[in-house]
Design a protein around this ligand. Structure first.
Ligand code: HEC
Length: 101
């Protein structure tokens, strides 16, 4: 009985280690974005089309991020955001991906 339990526990351990490794493999670029409110929104939205490196290598002011979001929507085919999401994303970018970071 104890052996069965041990076997069971090691199977669980292997499965959960594999699951964690897979999440990190799929989303290594998440680490490029500093932790903050809106981080996941930015990650999923912006990485749908290009690397997060494309985003973080820019160090833009709020105004320029504002224009960049419009440009992504108008010229690059990014889906239009509702006002609340747009504000949060703009807030995130101008806080964490700004010239003085
Ligand atoms: C539907 C696709 C799409 C989505 C979604 C998207 N982009 Fe882009 N983005 C592009 C394309 C295509 C380019 C390359 C445009 C070019 O260089 O002509 C680009 C380029 C950029 C650049 C580089 C500009 C430069 O001067 O080189 C930045 C910065 C950028 N995107 C930011 C973002 C951010 C921030 C988001 C998320 C809020 C985002 N993008 C979401 C398609 C997208």
């Amino acid at each position: 009985m104890a052996r069965l339990l041990l076997l069971f526990l090691s199977v669980i351990a292997v499965i959960s280690t594999a699951a964690i490794a897979q999440v990190e493999d799929e989303e290594p670029e998440m680490a490029l974005l500093p932790t903050g409110e809106g981080r996941e929104d930015v990650f999923y939205l912006c990485s749908a089309c290009h690397s997060i490196k494309t985003v973080v290598q820019q160090r833009l002011s709020r105004d320029v991020w504002d224009e960049t979001l419009d440009w992504m929507v108008e010229e690059q085919g990014m889906p239009e955001l509702d006002e609340e999401d747009r504000q949060q994303i703009l807030e995130y970018l101008s806080t964490y991906v700004s010239p003085d970071k």
